[in-house]
Design a protein around this ligand. Sequence first.
Ligand code: BGC
Length: 926
Amino acid sequence: MIHKSLFLNLCIVVLLLGSTSCAQEIIEKPKELLLSEGFKNPIGFYNAKPTFSWKLPVSENIKSQSAFQVIVASSRDLLPNTPDLWDSKKQKSTQSTFINYQGKELQSRQKVFWQVRFWNQNGDSSEWSEINSFELGLLNNSDWNAKWTGLDTAKDSIRGVRKFLMHRPQYLRKEFQLSSDIKSARLYITSKGVFDVHLNGENISDDILTPGWTPYNHRIETLTYDVTGMLKAKENVLAVELASGWHSGRISRGKALYENFVSPKILCQLEITLKDGSKQVVLSDETWKGTTNGPIRLAGIYDGETYDANLEMPNWTTTVFDDKNWIPVETTSISTDVKLAPKRHQTVKNKLVLDDIEIVSVKNNAAIFNVKQNMVGVPKIKVPMKKGDTLKIRFSEMLLSDETFYTTNYRSAKSTDYYIAAKNGVIEYTPKFTFHGFQFVELSGYDRNATPDKTWVKGLVQHSNFEENGTFTSSHKKLNQLQSNINWGLRDNLLDVPTDCPQRDERLGWTGDAQVISPTAMFNFKMHSFWTAWLQSMRETQSEHSNGLIPFIIPDVLQRNNASSGWGDAAVIIPWDIYNITGDKTVLEENYEMGKKWIGYYQSKAEEFIPNIHSFADWLQPYPTKTGKIGNRGDTPRLLVNTAYFAHSAHLISKIAGILGKVEEEKRYKDLYKEIALAFENNFFDKNGKFKSKKQTQTSYLLAIHFNLLKPETKIKAQKHLLEEIKKADNHLGTGFLGTPILPKVLDDMGEIDLMYKILFKETYPSWFYSINQGATTMWERWNSFSKEDGFNPQSMNSLNHYAYGAVGQWMYERIAGLSSLEPGYKKIRIAPIPNERLTAASASVKTSFGEASSSWKIENNTFYLEATIPPNTTAEIHIPNASAENVVVNGKFLKDTRTLKILSSGERGTKVLVESGNYNFQNKL
Ligand code: BGC
């Protein structure tokens, strides 16, 4: 039935066209309504000008949208007939995502209801969707009547690591009476520091380390909780635990940055509407009382927590407690220069529990537990103790050869918790105001008579509360381990801000690391709002620098007043990636000016288009010529990297200007890009496309080719030199943080797919599988952070949990499995897998804004099978590798019948396309 393949790469355009029926019918309603960057019925929402998105249901008669109508009202009862806030009216449009609200101005606290309906390809109207809602938080500082409240802990602070002053954690409470039953209540709350809040003995939420980390000198995020069900008529009590966190604790290299070692404080406003119609407000103010004599004695992000159970205060979060020995708090008014704004992305939560534990060793009242995965969060401890004894809890990412802890890579971070027992018996303890990066936990100081048990330790994995978004799997065990390592590298470094590493005395928002990983991160997790929130912090930080500088890290606790190429470009590259992955133009609008200013920074430092700025360059390139710290920057020269990124960012800004309709600027930045590219070629490459330097590097070619900086004829020559470089390295990577993510894309564009597979599947140093062969369960900072032969890399900068090299994950989704977005937000999907003899199957799925898309292939009995899922309201191109029309069967029909398919929506999971391509032969190059 199926004929010989003809070395053809077919492209099928899948158009979701429908049959033309005349009778108007009512079709199923839209589903999964979302607000702005993916919020579902939020309260305390941050944005009074949101966007609306919905999905079309998967159904026989729904292929695409031809029109929509959104209606918005101040009360549920007004829908659908009398929307008083906005009626978009019927809009002819296929757009079902990110529709701008254009109604009446919305106010703080306002609760808003909305509905949507759509018309399908035949003009049939859907039913109205379910009613969704959102409620705004306190949008302006003037909405706050509360005061910053807390004890002055600076005056009796303690000296910690490197003599750094530490505040004692504090306990704050306020009792109040309510005169009638409660109709509704909202708690608006934040802190300078990190807090946990209780109402009448109940913990208000399972949020962790709130309010999270922003540039606190510009903006502090606030949280909103619905506490209606927790209040009582008559006596109530609000109780808050408060520690230094990122605001007042040791962060970065040891300075307290904000407001000169200010004591942590809370700001809270409990607004209650009573059943009798009256309102009552409880504020943080001088009527609160506090103590530092509670059980949490010390807590620091880097150094861990100390808990003394002797100082527990039973019932302190309830009204039966007597706080007569507590002392009055101090207060300060809120200032106008620090913006209080509702949190615009998900809080951190406990996301997973690792409880498959192994005991590694027990020696001298010290037991080592292995949670079998390098993870980030805290341990949950349940262990027998003797009264007065101190349990010491240490952490390590890996063990030394003698099974003791490898902690030199934590550098000055003590990362140790202590628990002091108040009685004999089993204690339970989970640290609250710190987090650790670890796979191994050592407990010492437990009851000597007890035999350590696996149940003593569990690992609570913590990160920002985004959902999983994609899956990738294949027939190859190590490739799957790589996917798992990438995934864990992400989980472990997305704790409120994107961090370089989660364990040593950094854990900072390094922009370069984030820039390279953000597309892969968005394949794996739904993190649209996570990135846009961090970009806001970036804009705020840039505003401190009149010359447009973007610091190395955001929030900028290093304060070096310096910028690096490849790092600061996150300001342009990340918005561009978000737009392409989500289709949300708002992110371009929000960050366009920041991007322009960043280019202005390059311009102000450039002579003849070569910017003379700092660069970390191709960070941690293997086999650098120079050794030691200076070698970290690799061999690709700084000025080349600067010029390449200057050009690339100018090019992207030109494209962004085009999308935003800024015609003049589109041209201006395109011209600039061309001028920079010319200077780049003249300065760094000769006529034979050879990089003009004795020390050739893969990355100098990769940047030149990928950023399109050479004339077409020079580019072809440069490609040959790149291949020579790779050959010289015996098909190993010669790239650092900047070159590695680009390598697969460049080789792919060159048709060098087999070579890319060779590099990816290399087992020896430097390669992705090398670290897997050495036991890695996450991505490592260096290709050789550890080896079985030589042990740990002696450099102190040696994180075993650093996501940058995981950036290859994007290529695994897009090309190994074959699923990518061809038009922003997957409006058009490309299914284009590139099988290789090293694999017999691969598949990926992604939850797009339109529904799930997937690409899954396998080769069995010389036949290539591809199954693709294309959600409604999108189109797709399917490229079938090594195929000819005569031997391809699509959805049961020979392809040669037609190359443009009408695919009917089918089943629960969207439109399915099944491809069968016979006589599959790997020798047929694409
Ligand atoms: C961080 C990196 C970062 C680099 C830049 C390191 O200390 O961990 O990942 O990008 O510094 O120099």
